[in-house]
Design a protein around this ligand. Structure first.
Ligand SMILES: C[C@H]1O[C@H](OP(=O)(O)OP(=O)(O)OC[C@H]2O[C@@H](n3cnc4c(=O)[nH]c(N)nc43)[C@H](O)[C@@H]2O)[C@@H](O)[C@@H](O)C1=O
Length: 346
C-alpha cells in the first residue's frame, strides 16, 4: 500500500484529494488535523462515516506551527507522498494577521520540509507544495512559468517563500519536491468567505427569501477559476512523474467577479444589480487585478485536462447552494428575510 499524508485535510482541496486517493485502492490516506474546540470536519464526514474506509483513512493531531509534532508524525506514518495543503488561505485575512499567516504558510512549510528531509534519509518520499497564483500578484497577464513573481499580500509573500524553499530543498538535498502553482479553484466545498461561494450561497439564499442583499468588494478583479476536483488530480500527477518539477494549473481563461455575479444570478432568474451593494471593508489594501494562467506545461507533461468549465462550475455550486438554502429555510421555519447573511463577516 502507498501511504499519503495530507496537511489541510479538512479544507476544500484536502477533502477532494482524499476522495481521489481513496478511489484508488492502493492508497492509505492520513490527514493532519489541528486541535480545535469545535470540530470542523464537515468536508470529510462522508469519508469518516464510511466503514469501507475505516482501514484506509486516519486522522492525526499535529500542527504546521509545531515542528516536533510533524517529525513525530513522519516517523509514525512513514508516508510515501506528502501533500502540503494546510494554510491560512484567506488573502484579505492575511492583512489582519500577517505574522500568523507568514508563520503557518511560510515557516510552516519549512517545518514540514525539514521533517520530510529527515524521513528521506531512510526511505524515498515525495513532497507536493500548494503554491498559489497569488504569487504573481501584479505581474501582467498572461502569467506563465517564465513570469516574474510580484506578490501583493502577506499571504502571497508567505506562499512565495514556501515555493522557493520547496525548490531549494529539491536542488540542495535532491528531495523529490514539486510545486503546483494553482490558480483559483472552487467548488461547493469552497469556504463561504471566498468570493465565488459567497456569491452562489448568497444568491441562493436571496432566491429562497433568506437574505435581502449581498455586500461585496471589488467587482472588477479578474480571476482564472477552475474546479477544485480537477485540480487535485494535477497535484497527484506531479508526484507520479520520473522527476520532480513545478507546474501551473489553470483554465487559461479570465473572468471578472462581476461576470461571476451575472452568471450566478441569471441562473436563478435574478438580476444581481437589484441585490448587490458595496462595502469598503471587503477591499484589500493592495489588490491583484488580473490573473490568467498558462497551463500548457501541465497539459503537455502531465497529460492533465480539466473536465469542468466555468459554466459547469457555477451550475454545480448554484445547485448545491440552492439545496442548502432550501434545507435552511425548512429547518428554521420561514419567519422573514434578514438584511444580510449573518455568518458572512469577511
Ligand atoms: C489562488 C488563490 O485563490 C484565493 O485567493 P483570492 O483570489 O484572493 O480569492 P477570493 O475568492 O477571496 O477573492 C477573489 C477576488 O474577489 C474579490 N472580491 C470582491 N468582493 C469580495 C468579497 O466580498 N469577498 C471576497 N473574498 N473577495 C471579494 C477580491 O478582492 C479578489 O480580487 C485563495 O484560495 C488563495 O488561498 C489562493 O491561493
Amino acid at each position: 500500500m502507498k501511504h499519503a499524508l495530507i496537511t489541510g485535510i479538512t479544507g476544500q482541496d484536502g477533502s477532494y484529494l482524499a476522495d481521489f486517493l481513496l478511489s484508488r485502492p492502493e492508497y492509505v490516506v492520513h490527514g493532519l488535523v489541528r486541535r480545535t474546540s469545535t470540530l470542523n470536519r464537515s468536508r470529510i464526514d462522508h469519508i469518516t462515516r464510511n466503514p469501507d474506509f475505516a482501514d484506509r483513512f486516519h486522522l492525526h493531531y499535529a500542527d504546521l506551527g509545531d515542528a516536533s509534532s510533524l517529525s513525530m508524525l513522519m516517523e509514525t506514518i512513514r508516508p510515501d507522498e506528502v501533500y502540503n495543503l494546510g494554510a491560512q488561505s484567506h488573502v484579505r485575512v492575511s492583512f489582519d494577521q500577517p505574522i500568523y499567516t507568514a508563520d503557518v504558510v511560510g515557516v510552516g512549510t519549512m517545518r514540514l520540509l525539514e521533517a520530510v528531509r529527515q524521513l528521506a534519509r531512510s526511505q524515498p518520499v515525495r513532497f507536493y507544495q500548494a503554491s498559489s497564483s497569488e504569487m504573481f500578484g501584479s505581474a501582467p497577464p498572461p502569467q506563465t512559468m517564465e513570469t516574474p513573481f510580484h506578490p501583493r499580500s502577506p499571504y502571497a509573500c508567505a506562499k512565495l517563500y514556501a515555493h522557493w524553499q520547496t525548490i531549494n530543498y529539491r536542488e540542495a538535498y535532491n528531495l523529490f519536491a514539486c510545486s503546483g502553482i494553482l490558480f483559483n479553484h472552487e467548488s461547493p466545498r469552497r469556504g463561504e468567505s471566498f468570493v465565488t461561494r459567497k456569491i452562489t450561497l448568497g444568491a441562493a439564499r436571496i432566491k429562497e427569501g433568506l437574505q435581502k442583499k449581498l455586500i461585496m468588494g471589488n467587482l472588477d478583479a479578474k480571476r482564472d477559476w477552475g474546479f477544485a476536483g480537477d485540480y487535485v488530480k494535477a497535484m497527484w500527477l506531479m508526484l507520479q512523474q520520473d522527476a520532480p518539477d513545478d507546474y501551473i494549473v489553470a483554465m487559461g481563461e479570465t473572468h471578472s467577479v462581476r461576470e461571476f455575479l451575472e452568471k450566478t444570478f441569471s441562473m436563478l432568474d435574478l438580476d444581481y444589480n437589484d441585490f448587490v451593494e458595496f462595502d469598503e471593508k471587503y477591499m484589500r489594501p493592495s489588490e491583484v487585478d488580473v490573473l490568467l494562467g498558462d497551463p500548457s506545461k501541465a497539459k503537455r507533461k502531465l497529460g492533465w485536462e480539466p473536465e469542468v468549465n466555468l459554466d459547469g462550475l457555477v451550475k454545480m455550486m448554484v445547485e448545491h447552494d440552492l439545496e442548502l438554502a432550501r434545507r435552511e429555510k425548512f429547518a428554521l421555519g420561514y419567519k422573514g428575510a434578514s438584511t444580510n447573511a449573518p455568518h458572512l463577516s469577511i
